[in-house]
Design a protein around this ligand. Sequence first.
Ligand code: TMP
Length: 214
Amino acid sequence: MVHLRTGRFITLEGIDGAGKSTHVPWLAGEISARGHAVIATREPGGTPLGETLREIVLREPMSHEAETLLMFAARREHLDRVIRPALARGDWVLCDRFTDATFAYQGGGHGVPEQRIRELEQWIHGDCQPDLTILFDVPTEVSRTRLDLAQAKGRALDKFETEADAFFTRVRAAYRARAGREPARFRLVDSTRPLADVRVALAAHLAALAAAAD
Ligand code: TMP
């Protein structure tokens, strides 16, 4: 029997300050140690056009609809040029944010109708969905404290990071609702836990995915 090797698509999600990006290099190392080629990438971004669009959406004031469309424009480039080719080669893709972020931020946070986002999702990547989504969950107060600390250390906060706490509470609720609706894809990680504990949880989720992939 011919065994077709297929890559796996993992996305990382959470509100700003949830700490997910800290885990990207470590997760990539773990995947690679399991013998898989891995690409670590991010959204919005991941391609030259995507990174240019990232600068624009993270800095410029615009309507919520324009923001939603730019997220999907960047995403389509990313899918065509990076994600789909990598998966077709059998590589694993580790993506810091994907369409769940649009549902959570533009949908939950800004009130863009979910149905509109679903239509765009269907059009842009109806055939390509993450195999595993890790939701780094933290209460809004924890996220705010971490962002305040980053700012105190001299990092300029972007347009989303300076949103009010109520915005992040809505974004978090939207993420958690999505995770509740798709338990087979989502794994929720308590990101208030010490780094070592979070890594134990992440390693277990990777092991389960790798077992399912073999
Ligand atoms: P990052 O700080 O995790 O790199 O993400 C950049 C910001 O972009 C973050 O505040 C969330 C936001 N974002 C959206 O609002 N919608 C999206 O679809 C994506 C991918 C990110």
